[in-house]
Design a protein around this ligand. Structure first.
Ligand SMILES: Cc1cc2nc3c(=O)[nH]c(=O)nc-3n(C[C@H](O)[C@H](O)[C@H](O)COP(=O)(O)O)c2cc1C
Length: 337
């Protein structure tokens, strides 16, 4: 199991797009990065495919998260994704949004482990990279530990050996996706128990993890920890993960200023290709989370990155709001998103 990444950044719609991932790579080279959920249909559509799948070489190791429930479509989409260079294919069995419910995929699939098993089989036949499943503790009334264990048993029999568990259940009615990330209580013990009951499977824990010290505590019980909101709210938390969790000899060791400056050539290339500064810079608001001057940095960014024709000079100016010496202590503040 030594090839398993012990730390990953979660798939998050509107957050973990290629630009945010590129920024994260200035901070950590080893942490496994997930795409936002991409529906299989989008990958199969030649007009939308390239935009959905494009990423930069520096983003490796990178896993694509697919949504859907049709084994044929998902298998074809995963093949295309792997041809594009993705290192892992992950199936979304955790999302409770209305749209997902209408399509009867995402967390709805926890009620039908056999369907997930069929999908996993199709994916494993289609690609030779690891196939993983991201799911929850349970959904609606199907929320006992035994239900989750049965789900994992059935899906693992189809060949899946890697499971990421968001350690709370979802309610399909009555809670919106945001509430479903905050209201149902975290049940870490159920995830630890899953690892004990399925020692040969790779079990990754997810939900509410905010610091690298917390990651370390979880890793005493499970194989890996996935970080969602905290990664977006405090990307700097990964600055020492390469050495601390992956045995790397060094971290990228750029300061926060340098990490943003290292983005400039990348940003300029994308501006030439017709993107707007805001599409990339919107992911940098939290770069100085907890550092003196962070508020002024955010204010300047908020007032200027949306202007037509804005370029990296806006970022260079925003960086002047934070002293280069101010960034050596961090007190992250995590908002609920
Ligand atoms: C804005 C946002 C978008 C999300 N989009 C996805 C998604 O596309 N696929 C998915 O499996 N989970 C998605 N999630 C859930 C996260 O991957 C993660 O499971 C959840 O936020 C709990 O982890 P955390 O407490 O570390 O944030 C999203 C979460 C947020 C906050």
């Amino acid at each position: 199991m030594s090839s398993v990444a012990p730390v990953s950044v979660a798939p998050m719609m509107e957050c973990t797009d290629r630009h945010f991932r590129y920024f994260l790579r200035q901070i950590t080279r080893r942490t496994l990065l997930y795409t936002e959920m991409i529906h299989a249909r989008r990958v199969l559509d030649p007009d939308r495919r390239e935009r959905a799948l494009a990423f930069d070489e520096i983003e490796h190791p990178i896993a694509i998260q697919l949504g859907g429930d049709d084994p044929v479509a998902l298998a074809e989409a995963s093949q295309i994704a792997v041809d594009h260079g993705y290192d892992e294919v992950n199936l979304n069995v955790g999302c409770p949004s209305k749209k997902v419910q209408k399509g009867n995929f995402g967390v709805c699939l926890m009620k039908t482990p056999e369907v997930v098993a069929d999908v996993v089989k199709a994916l494993m036949d289609a690609v030779d990279v690891p196939v993983s499943v991201k799911h929850r503790i349970g959904v609606d009334e199907v929320d006992r530990y035994e239900d989750m264990a049965n789900f994992v048993e059935v899906v693992s029999q189809a060949g899946c050996t890697r499971f990421t568990v968001h350690a709370r259940k979802a309610w399909l009615q009555g809670l919106n996706p945001r509430q479903n990330r905050n209201v149902p209580p975290l049940r870490y013990d159920d995830v630890y128990r899953l690892k004990r009951d399925f020692p040969d499977l790779v079990i990754e824990i997810n939900g509410g993890i905010k610091t690298t010290d917390e990651i370390e505590t979880h890793l005493e019980q499970v194989d890996a920890a996935m970080i969602g909101r905290a990664a977006y709210e405090n990307p700097w938390m990964f600055h020492d993960t390469d050495t601390r969790f992956f045995g790397a000899v060094a971290n990228p060791e750029l300061s926060r200023h340098e990490a943003i400056e290292a983005m400039f050539p990348y940003i300029e290339k994308h501006l030439v290709e017709g993107e707007r500064l805001s599409q990339i810079a919107r992911h940098l608001f939290q770069a100085f989370n907890g550092i003196a001057g962070a508020k002024a940095f955010r204010r300047y960014m908020g007032q200027n990155i949306w202007e037509k024709g804005a370029d990296t000079s806006v970022l260079a100016r925003a960086l002047l709001e934070v002293s280069r010496d101010a960034e050596f202590t961090s007190e992250p503040k995590i908002r609920a998103i």
